[in-house]
Design a protein around this ligand. Structure first.
Ligand code: ADP
Ligand code: MG
Length: 256
């Protein structure tokens, strides 16, 4: 049986304080097994980022149990969490979050700056990952010298340099044109299929979600349904996703 990477049970998140409570998540259950490529979809405000941020240990659930790679993250202290984040999680954000004063290569190895990884090992890892994301030629450039798509592939390379247990991405294609989005999604697919990486992306974009193998749909902070790609080609899965979005009350264009 596959190892369970995420086991989240009855996750609730209530924002606000006295007299002004807003339930963003109403009791979400989510299991992610090793090697899965999962998408979380849903209209704007449905709780996608909240769920991702809780799994990412950036935000805290109001209640519920969340185990990530065998660790109960609810009960961890802040200093333990930052180490856990650094060692076990890889992040890709919509706006790349690269450091402008570092080269592409320096950005990619940044998560290993505090580790004792030896130089040869580092060089080997960077070379392999850069090839995978087609950014080998860019390694000595600075972020302002490269395109949005290249920045996001750099961010993806940075996310996996530590060999995290799971890669988490919030709207990773949100700022990309369709060619750049496709390049990123194909690279993530290869990372999943060839290297066995476990990936969870949050997206409002049916095209992006169609690269996933399983897609969960959130509505008003609850899981509405989920669909699995199975043996279907990506284009068929894309249509199925659009069908669910129609039922959900958003469509591919306005479900932001
Ligand atoms: N820090 C916050 N304080 C109060 N309400 C919040 C906060 N973050 C998110 N929300 C609310 O929680 C709901 C879910 O937000 P979010 O998870 O960002 O949705 P999504 O990513 O699906 O668009 C929204 O209604 C949003 O306004
Ligand atoms: Mg969001």
């Amino acid at each position: 049986m596959k190892k369970t990477i995420v086991s989240a049970k009855h996750v609730k998140k209530i924002y606000g304080g006295k007299g002004n409570l807003f339930p963003a998540l109403g009791g979400v259950d989510l299991t992610v097994n090793e090697g899965e490529f999962i998408g979380i979809m849903g209209p704007s405000g449905s709780g996608k980022s909240t769920m991702l941020n809780i799994l990412a240990t950036i935000d805290q659930a109001t209640s519920g149990e969340i185990i990530v790679d065998g660790v109960n993250i609810n009960v961890m202290k802040e200093h333990e969490l930052s180490e856990f984040r650094r060692n076990k999680l890889g992040f890709i954000f919509q706006d790349y979050n690269l450091l402008d004063t570092l080269t592409v290569k320096e950005n990619i190895i940044l998560p290993l700056a505090l580790s004792k990884t030896d130089v040869t090992e580092l060089e080997n890892r960077v070379a392999l990952i850069a090839e995978k994301f087609n950014i080998t030629e860019l390694l000595s450039k600075y972020p302002y010298q490269i395109s949005g798509g290249q920045k996001q592939r750099t961010a993806a390379a940075r996310a996996i340099i530590t060999r995290p247990s799971i890669v988490l991405a919030d709207e990773p294609t949100g700022a990309l044109d369709s060619k750049a989005a496709t390049d990123l999604l194909q690279a993530l697919t290869s990372l999943n299929e060839v290297d066995g990486a476990t990936i969870l992306i949050v997206t409002h974009d049916a095209f992006a979600a169609s690269f996933c193998r399983r897609v969960l749909f959130l509505r008003d902070g609850e899981i509405f349904t989920e669909i699995v790609k199975g043996d279907h080609p990506r284009k068929v899965f894309f249509k199925k996703i659009l069908d669910v979005l129609t039922v959900l009350g958003g469509n591919a264009n306005d479900a932001v």
